[in-house]
Design a protein around this ligand. Structure first.
Ligand code: DAH
Length: 339
């Protein structure tokens, strides 16, 4: 019995020594101390031992067990230490490396330009309102004095969803929506996305942004329109800026005008920026057509008003001297972070 136990001990100690991983050590435990392990089977053989020898044999088995357990425990501790050390060596943290910078996002040049325009008009007492991008043809055209079959509908060839619903081609329908609400006087701007079936190039995109403006009150005249837009241009492009109103035609305003500002780059002398003319076109405007007022439930004998429409991208391009509109939509961070 003694020899058997010594043989088991020797074998166990050899196996434990050979264990170079924790799972192998566990195999040893199962093999020697487990339910079907070698030591356990010695205990099971006790019935063949003479009763007077049993306590002695029992003690020997227990001692052997304790020895194996101690050896296993020591090896386990050593293996765990080795594992930890290897892991630490593999996961070295270089505390001298600079930390990763958290990049804070940028406002898009369109957003900066819009906030600037909003700041100017809010300062003059205007409200900022919004209208739907998917719009009834009625609002986009009819109520703006562009009846069915009017050629102006083709000029703004857009994306129809049904015969009567489309992606708005301008922010002007927000004029009609605001007037219809019946709250007077009105002083509002309405920024938003518009759509036209244009090919993409340096100055065109099938989707861009406009800012509509509308003022309705008693005794509003063309002088108010001129004063307001002159002030706007000076605020936006600098106090030296001059404005020029050129007669134009829009169906929903009468009279109508296009507004040019003196080139803020060359001061009006003519440069590459203003294509040599000294002037840069920035918006369309006019006195709200009496017929539009009527269609929107306002008495043109009592109330008058003016309206204007500015292209947001145009302002962003001019203000930040960007020469290609496509840059505004590509979301290239190298471009955007300059603003
Ligand atoms: N909606 C016009 C366009 O997209 C711009 C415009 C012109 C708006 C004159 C106005 C206006 O409110 O009075 O071309």
């Amino acid at each position: 019995m003694k020899e058997t136990l010594q043989a088991i001990l020797d074998e166990a100690s050899e196996k434990i020594e050979q264990s170079d991983a924790l799972d192998k050590l566990n195999d040893v435990r199962v093999n020697f101390l487990g339910k079907k392990g070698q030591l356990t089977s010695v205990l099971k053989g006790m019935k063949d031992v003479a009763p007077e020898d049993r306590p002695k044999v029992g003690q020997m088995v227990n001692e052997a067990r304790a020895k194996i357990e101690t050896m296993m425990e020591e090896t386990k501790t050593r293996l765990e230490k080795e594992l930890r050390e290897a892991k630490m060596a593999a996961e070295v943290i270089d505390v001298t490396l600079p930390a990763k910078k958290a990049n804070v996002g940028h406002r898009h040049p369109n957003t900066i330009a819009l906030e600037e325009v909003e700041r100017i008009f809010i300062g003059m007492g205007y409200e900022v309102v919004e209208g739907p991008e998917v719009e009834y043809a009625d609002y986009n055209f009819t109520k703006l004095n562009i009846p069915e079959d009017h050629p102006a509908r083709d000029e703004q060839d857009t994306f129809f969803i049904t015969d009567s619903i489309l992606l708005r081609s301008q922010t002007s329908p927000v004029q009609a929506r605001t007037m219809e609400q019946g709250k007077l006087p009105i002083r509002m701007i309405a920024p938003g996305r518009v759509f036209r079936s244009d090919e993409v190039d340096a100055t065109h995109s099938p989707s861009f942004h406009q800012i509509e403006g509308l003022v309705i009150d008693k005794h509003i005249t063309f002088a108010d329109l001129k004063g307001t837009l002159e002030e706007f241009a000076k605020e936006l492009f600098g106090p030296e800026t001059k404005t020029k109103f050129r007669p134009h035609h829009f169906p929903f305003t009468e009279p109508s005008a296009e507004v040019d500002v003196s080139c803020f780059k060359c001061g009006g002398k003519g440069c590459r920026f203003c294509k040599g003319s000294g002037w840069i076109e920035i918006l369309g405007c006019g006195m709200v057509h009496p017929h539009v007022l009527e269609m929107c439930g306002i008495d043109p004998e009592e109330y008058t008003g003016f309206a204007f429409g500015v292209g947001l991208e145009r302002i962003a391009l001019l203000k930040y001297e960007i020469d290609d509109m496509r840059l505004l939509y590509e979301n290239d961070y190298r471009f955007l972070k300059q603003f």
